[in-house]
Design a binder for this molecule. Structure first.
Ligand code: 3PG
Ligand code: MG
Length: 395
């Protein structure tokens, strides 16, 4: 199959300087990387380019610094990357300029260096052409392996890809293939699970998904507003009363288009949101005046699992309950475990904190995954598609 974007299969990296955009924006705790999953996703691409005799120049943002800030240095992250891939990685404390150019000029095939945080330069977030030109001087080709930052039109993602021959790395390729399979050419029926606190932040998502899936399972506090729209008692639960008309419209649209919207039928309720507070399970018709719905109940879990058992494709964004507080993560975990069991014949694309397992595809992207689910075009992906188009024209 001809990819709509060029990949490492199309690139000749031998002896070349490969500017490799990775997403090293990883959670840190006490100066150590607290979650290495993004690094593990990028590791095969780094190793492949080095093994093919490329000179790997890693480039990434980290955090949201305002200018240069030692607390936002990529240096400790570069050390974690070196440990994970089991090879030495040089570090340069600027991503452009003389020091970076000298370090790259001294590289041998197979060497790896990591450049300092791109966001130390204001040109990065401005997608500035001149800054991108300075980055482009450090590579013969550009490889983007950072889907999770593809929603940012930033210089190291977008502008630089116009200046060098651009290719998708293996993690980017895998992510785009999985996402494409999940929503653009899926096995049907397709189910989407959308959770999280607020309808207001997920209107575009719900609108886009409704047109694409057979069944939409709604959970999280956003389900409360739908329940309110149906006249159910919600007690002290988190709701968005001003979005009740929107919820009604969504329900009506689904009905008109014969899409099923599945709402919780029972809930785990408590008097306040904290870890291990006393809780009980009630029907959504019997939520008391002081109750807060904090998770879906066991009948809702069964209901969601029954939907998944009939589905061929699942996309999932957002938890069913107040995931950060035990035991209100239980509904999400139970459905995720069942989904993982079913994944032998279910294509699943999801991004859920704390949920991995044997899914076809677990995204490491936050904002980019959401924007993709919303049907938005991602600048970092568009520029790769444009690279394919121009390569085809030249051929
Ligand atoms: C992320 O963590 O979602 C990406 O690395 C993008 O980071 P940002 O939200 O700071 O642009
Ligand atoms: Mg973010």
């Amino acid at each position: 199959m001809l990819q709509s974007f060029p990949t490492l299969d199309d690139a000749d990296v031998k002896g070349k300087r490969v500017l490799l955009r990775v997403d090293l924006n990883v959670p840190m705790a006490d100066g150590k990387v607290a979650d290495v999953s993004r690094i593990e996703r990028n590791a095969p691409t780094i190793a492949e380019i080095a093994d093919k005799g490329g000179k790997v120049v890693l480039v990434s943002h980290y955090g949201r610094p305002k200018g240069r800030d030692a607390k936002e240095s990529l240096k400790p992250v570069a050390a974690a990357v070196a440990a994970i891939i089991g090879r030495p990685i040089g570090f340069v404390d600027d991503c452009v300029g003389e020091a970076a150019e000298r370090a790259v000029a001294a590289m041998q095939p197979g060497d790896i260096v990591c450049l300092e945080n791109t966001r130390f330069h204001p040109g990065e977030e401005k997608n500035d052409r001149d800054f991108a030109r300075r980055l482009a001087r450090l590579g013969d080709i550009f490889v983007d392996d950072a889907f999770s930052v593809a929603h940012r039109a930033h210089a190291s993602v977008e502008a630089v890809a116009h200046l060098l021959p651009a290719y998708a790395g293996r993690a980017m390729q895998e992510e785009l293939e999985a996402l494409n399979m999940a929503l653009h050419a899926p096995d049907r029926p397709v189910t989407a699970i959308v959770g999280g606190a607020k309808i207001s932040t997920k209107l575009d998502l719900l609108g886009n998904l409704l047109g694409k899936v057979e069944t939409l399972v709604i959970g999280g506090a956003m389900a409360n507003t739908f329940l309110l729209a149906l006249g159910k008692p919600v007690g002290k639960s988190l709701v968005e009363p001003d979005l009740v008309p929107v919820a009604r419209d969504i329900l009506a649209q689904a009905k008109a288009e014969r899409r099923a919207i599945v709402l919780p039928v029972d809930a785990v309720v408590a008097q306040k949101l904290a870890d291990h507070v006393p809780s009980r399970v009630v029907s959504v018709d019997a939520v008391g005046a002081t109750d807060m719905m904090l998770d879906i109940g066991p009948r809702s879990v069964e209901q969601a699992i029954a939907v998944l058992a009939r589905s061929k494709t699942l996309v999932w964004n957002g938890p069913f309950g107040a995931f950060e507080h035990e035991p209100f993560d239980a509904g999400t975990v139970a459905v995720a475990e069942a989904a993982a069991e079913l994944t032998a014949d279910t294509m699943a694309a999801l991004n859920l904190a704390g949920v991995t397992g044997r899914f076809t595809y677990v995204s490491t992207a936050g904002g980019a995954f959401l924007e993709w689910l919303e049907g938005k075009t991602l600048p970092g992906v568009e520029v790769l598609k444009a690279a394919r188009a121009s390569a085809t024209l030249e051929a």
